[in-house]
Design a protein around this ligand. Structure first.
Ligand SMILES: Nc1ncnc2c1ncn2[C@@H]1O[C@H](COP(=O)(O)OP(=O)(O)OP(=O)(O)O)[C@@H](O)[C@H]1O
Length: 628
């Protein structure tokens, strides 16, 4: 049974509950001391906490004479509070001024009595104290003490709560500061890959405010490139499925230049163990990525130039004595010393590159580079930058400045292989180089001037491409200033034996095996074959034969050639094939003697000239190494 009346107890509790519910901190204490003063009918009431030391306190709320007064701070020494904060409840029912003559405050306010109680936290540590004073005596009534204790308990709870809150706020602030000031970008995403939080570094990195970023799709932050969005999406899906990813480099979208981040991503799980969000740390590695790209580019350029030098060194001899080839070589001799643009046309493998190199090697530019560009091997989007170069950041993916092939070829020659495959917009730029000797680097501000001799090659019917509007007519005529048409091998079959021997020599040297010649039947078969792949195909067939050859004489089995599409003999049972085999058989018997009574023409019942023209038509010129 509490010493105070039940009604008073309820009234006191109600006063606390009604007066303090809904408020915390400063407001709570103001309300509490106001109600406490009213409940006890005293003139003054206050709550105080230590102010930085054990000898000084400051009020959190101070009630005097019916209203809230400004908070005060005071030293404990010589005051009745001193003993309270040591952990004791102190009651001075009367005569307080005489007991504490040094406490000027008591005198100024004319106080007579004092009641104070320490406020403890859950661990029993003193946090501050609650006190009431009055200008009249305060007899030790159980009711007064009871009500006072209820208020004190409530005040202690609030004091402890607000302390914890302050500590939490403080540590949150510290973490927020660490989070914001960290050198890395911290980002968290929800399950739909939307941005749920970003630190200040992330905002700076992305060049946007938190307001602009929060709630948006994180994938949109990445560049629309394979190493940007595609890779990011794949990685995020993996993390959403529970994986942890570290060190992954991704390209971020920035309008003002390239940006690369190295990312670390981890799933964050809810209480049920399900992935609820994704935490990510991004470090800006743009400088390193750019430096690596530049290094790779230089290494590539270096390798390329070395290959060029290599190719220049073992510039091969052009083999053949056929009138068709000699006519080509004559043209090469005439055009080489000039700066004229040359267009070499011919089927694949006819030696267009060989001729281009021969032109360069016989030109005054021979000591400068010959830069080769295979226009068909480059992806359409990259041709322009490959030829003319780009500035750093000229487009997404242009992470470093790139020197174009035209600039590399300055002072020398450029060999544009498969020129017929150039996209139309690049054709326009090429035309400008040919006419004005200058071009624009992508993203560059001023045109670059170059002194480059252009040698182009194509195996396409360019005129047909012009008619189909796939090739610019003006460029066609500009390129075709000096055309050289390379004959297909089948039109100069008389070069085949010579070429075969020369190639055999080259190949046997390469694999370190000696051959004493080519089997005569083989040679005839090689000569008779149509060679749709021209010299390159001949080279390939011989290379295979060299590798497989059992003896010192090189043979090529008939099926090797017969299996090839475009073989002149056609299907083995065709009339032409049978005729051809028969003629070959007779020629072998007569040891290639055509005229005379023992000759093949007589045996076949043909005029020698008819047989000769038939042989030519069947691609069966007489092997040069055989004597009649
Ligand atoms: N007259 C020749 N004498 C010796 N070798 C030749 C001759 N013509 C071509 N070759 C060889 O044949 C191969 C193919 O030649 P090249 O690469 O110059 O042909 P291409 O016409 O440029 O082919 P593509 O159109 O496929 O690029 C090369 O190894 C080259 O050395």
């Amino acid at each position: 049974m509490p010493p105070a009346g039940i009604d008073e107890e309820i009234a006191a509790l109600r006063a606390i509950v009604e007066g303090t519910a809904g408020s915390t901190g400063g407001r709570f204490f103001e309300s509490l001391v106001g109600h406490l003063a009213a409940a006890l009918g005293v003139s003054h009431a206050f709550v105080a906490e230590f102010a930085g030391s054990a000898t000084r306190v400051r009020t959190l709320a101070y009630h005097g004479k019916g209203r809230i007064l400004p908070n005060v701070e005071f030293d404990l020494a010589g005051t009745p509070c001193e003993d309270v904060v040591r952990g004791n409840l102190c009651h001075h029912p009367a005569g307080i001024r005489e007991k504490f003559p040094d406490d000027r405050g008591l005198a100024e306010l004319g106080l007579e009595s004092y009641l104070g109680v320490p406020l403890l936290d859950g661990a029993g540590e003193v946090l501050g104290h609650l006190a009431v004073c009055d200008v009249r005596p305060m007899p030790p009534e159980p009711r007064t003490l009871f009500i006072f204790r209820i208020f004190a308990a409530r005040a202690a709870a609030e004091l402890e709560r607000s302390r914890i809150e302050r500590r939490l706020t403080e540590s949150e602030r510290r973490y927020r500061e660490l989070y914001d000031e960290a050198p890395n970008a911290y980002v968290s995403l929800d399950r739909g890959f939307r941005l749920a939080s970003v630190n200040r570094t992330a905002c700076q990195l992305l060049g946007r405010t938190a307001g602009e970023l929060l709630g948006t799709d994180a994938l949109r932050l990445f560049a629309a490139t394979p190493k940007g969005r595609d890779l990011a999406e794949k990685a995020l899906r993996e993390v959403a499925a529970g994986a942890e990813i570290s060190g992954l480099e991704l390209e971020v979208r920035r309008d003002d230049g390239p940006l690369w981040v190295s990312t670390w991503m981890r799933p964050s799980r809810d209480a049920g163990g399900r992935v609820a969000s994704i935490n990510a740390i991004w470090a800006d590695v743009t400088d390193r990525v750019l430096a690596e790209a530049e290094r790779a580019r230089l290494a590539e350029q270096n390798l390329y130039l070395r290959q060029e030098i290599q190719a220049a060194h073992d510039s091969e001899e052009i083999v053949g004595r056929s009138p068709a080839l000699l006519a080509v070589l004559e043209k090469v001799r005439r055009v080489a010393p000039t700066d004229a643009t040359v267009l070499i046309q011919g089927e694949t493998g006819t030696g267009k590159e060989l001729i281009a190199r021969a032109i360069h090697a016989a030109s005054p530019r021979r000591d400068r580079p010959l830069i080769k560009v295979n226009c068909a091997a480059l992806p359409a989007g990259l041709v322009e930058s490959e030829l003319f170069g780009h500035e750093k950041g000229a487009f997404t993916g242009a992470v470093a400045r790139r020197t174009g092939r035209f600039a590399l070829a300055d002072g020398g020659s450029i060999f544009l292989d498969e020129v017929g495959e150039l996209p139309l917009d690049v054709q326009a730029k090429l035309l400008r180089v040919l006419q004005e000797r200058e071009f624009d680097t992508i993203g560059g501000t001023a045109p670059t001037r170059v002194d480059v001799r252009v040698i182009a090659a194509t195996n396409r019917d360019l005129l047909a491409a012009v008619r189909e509007r796939a090739f610019r007519e003006d460029l066609y005529y500009r390129l075709g200033v000096f055309p050289i048409a390379l004959p297909p091998l089948r039109d100069r079959a008389e070069d085949i034996p010579l070429l075969s021997r020369s190639l055999l020599e080259k190949l046997s040297r390469r694999i370190g095996r000696r051959f004493d010649g080519i089997d005569p039947d083989t040679l005839r078969r090689l000569t008779a074959y149509a060679w749709p792949g021209n010299v390159r195909e001949l080279e390939n067939v011989l290379e295979r034969a060299v590798i497989l050859a059992p003896g010192p004489t090189l043979t090529v089995e008939p099926d090797v050639l017969g299996a090839s599409p475009g073989a002149r003999p056609g299907p083995p049972d065709s009339l032409e094939a049978i005729q051809r085999e028969h003629i070959l058989e007779v020629l072998r018997r007569t040891r290639w003697v055509i005229e005379g009574p023992q000759g093949a023409a007589a045996a076949l019942g043909l005029h020698p000239n008819t047989l000769r023209s038939r042989l030519k038509k069947l691609g069966l010129p007489r092997p040069t190494h055989e004597t009649s």
